[in-house]
Write a protein that binds this ligand. Structure first.
Ligand code: NAD
Length: 463
């Protein structure tokens, strides 16, 4: 855990601040050059990255490519292509009251940025914020998750090959290192992880009034009514839930299905699980593992005294936890209180919209919201009634892959959003400037003010 003592953290921060104040990050061409270099190094390190992700999470190469590397590559391409335009000053029309003036908005980088990332998609959840921070002209200190150490190591190697440490550096370590990093004053903090730690980050940031983005978790519902085609619905839910062994922040956390279709949906989900991973998912090369024993134990405890509809097989030594469906857990059981973040899918049923409302009001502000239905008025009601980070109708997870959509939470599931241009904007202060000339002044603006407002009101109507 080199570089992780408070003194060395402060030292790194000071060096980054000097680098930033020297305008070393201001030249857009140099930012682009470094992002291009990052792209090249990623191509060279592809194999070792896949190996690291396998070591950490037994991620199948297909998933490592599609849900980690490809997302980062797409983000890099988009930024390389657009930074020049995004970073350019934007002219806006002036206010006639200030006539004549030139009004514009400058894209100002915040300065020194701290990024803290989790273990479940340990590569892309560290690299995509890093790309945004660098593209916008900031320096960055990145702390990847200690729970995915092989990936953290590759990230450190890649970042140190591409950037001088005064511009971007990786500091590895656990929550103690995270806590030490939060004692330093940064110009922006971007945190991805649990809601509990998010609160710690927000408190630490408040001490310095540091702006933050918090990308947190939550209980994402998956509502299914009787108008949705059952088999396709089941297939998409199963895919979204058991991807990365359920350890996806936007995985469907629980299913809420119209009562009379519950049995059919459960049967279809079991069929789809077996189609995807065979009769025994343990033997499937496409089924991952739980990150570590602590999380395994949490999931094991979640299943305590629950009635299973399917699955429940486990192997602690191999961190294998099979795809599992649970019958209507009690509303106060851990399965329906805390985020599950694993391959356990509770299946609840509803009869009326007020049944849905009861649960969604209790588990409000999820990170994602999934609705399977072809009933337009039901869809519109649900989408408008509930507040959520991002939603998908008739599928799961996929909103994450469109970089034109802002990705983030609301309330308990976080604040702020990123991806694509939104990442550039997250790490940019939109700095408005008005440049006036000296040749004209509205005399009425100065005291002594006119006795009547008549002339001013007449003028305001005209502009
Ligand atoms: P975590 O909160 O335990 O850890 C995340 C990061 O915070 C790690 O780097 C960790 O070392 C650091 N950390 C832990 N305690 C800290 C402290 N006291 N001070 C400073 N840093 C500290 O989360 P996790 O277990 O790695 O990830 C799982 C959680 O992340 C789930 O709740 C999941 O929903 C959420 N998540 C959210 C998103 C999103 O985009 N919204 C994405 C992935 C995961």
């Amino acid at each position: 855990m080199k570089n992780s003592t408070p003194a060395s953290i402060e030292n790194i921060k000071e060096k980054q601040l000097i680098f930033f104040k020297d305008f070393k990050t201001q030249d857009v061409k140099i930012r682009i050059q470094h992002l291009k270099k990052l792209k090249r190094v990623l191509e060279e390190r592809e194999e070792s990255l896949f190996e690291a992700l396998y070591q950490d999470l037994k991620k199948p190469v297909f998933e490592s490519f599609t849900s980690e590397l490809l997302m980062v590559q797409k983000e890099l391409d988009l930024h390389i292509k657009n930074i020049k335009e995004w970073a350019a000053p934007k002219r806006v029309s002036g206010s006639l009251i200030n006539f004549p003036s030139q009004d514009y908005i400058l894209s100002e980088p915040y300065g020194t940025v701290l990024l803290i990332s989790p273990w479940n998609y340990p590569f892309q959840l560290a690299m995509i914020p890093l790309i945004g921070a660098i593209a916008a002209g900031n320096t960055a200190v990145l702390k990847p998750s200690e729970s995915a150490p092989h990936t953290a190591q590759i990230i450190e190697e890649i970042v140190s090959e591409v950037f001088p440490p005064e511009w971007a550096i990786v500091i590895q370590g656990d929550e103690k290192v995270g806590a030490a990093l939060l004692k330093t004053q940064w110009d922006y903090i971007f945190y991805t992880g649990s809601t509990a730690v998010g609160k710690i980050v927000a408190k630490a940031a408040a001490e310095f009034l540091t702006p933050t983005t918090l990308e947190l978790g939550g209980k994402s519902p998956c509502i299914v009514d009787g108008t949705a085609p059952i088999q396709k619905t089941a297939r998409r839910i199963v895919w979204g839930k058991f991807l990365n062994c359920g350890q996806t922040c936007i995985a469907p956390d629980y299913v809420l299905v119209q009562k009379e279709y519950k049995n059919a949906l459960v049967a279809a989900m079991i069929e789809e699980i077996e189609k995807a991973f065979g009769k025994n998912a343990k033997n499937s090369k496409d089924y991952g593992r739980i990150i570590h024993q602590k999380h395994f134990k949490k999931l094991e405890k979640d299943l305590d005294k629950q009635k299973l509809l399917f699955g429940g097989e486990k192997d602690k030594d191999e961190l294998y936890f099979g795809p599992t469906l649970v019958e209507e857990p009690a509303l106060d059981s851990s399965l329906l209180v805390d985020e599950i973040f694993g391959p356990i899918l509770p299946v609840l049923s509803y009869t009326t919209e007020s049944n849905i409302d009861f649960i969604l009001t209790k588990l409000k502000n999820p990170l994602a919201f999934y609705l399977f239905s072809t009933n337009r008025s039901f869809i519109n009601t649900m989408i408008q009634r509930y507040s959520f980070g991002g939603g998908v109708i008739n599928d799961a997870i996929i909103h994450f892959t469109n970089d034109k959509l802002p990705f983030g939470g609301i309330g308990n599931s976080g604040m702020g959003a990123y991806h694509g241009k939104h990442s550039f904007e997250v790490f940019t202060h939109a700095k408005p400037v008005v440049k006036r000339s000296f040749w004209f002044d509205l005399p009425q603006r100065y005291a002594p003010y006119p006795k009547s407002l008549k002339a001013l009101k007449f003028l305001l109507k005209k502009i």
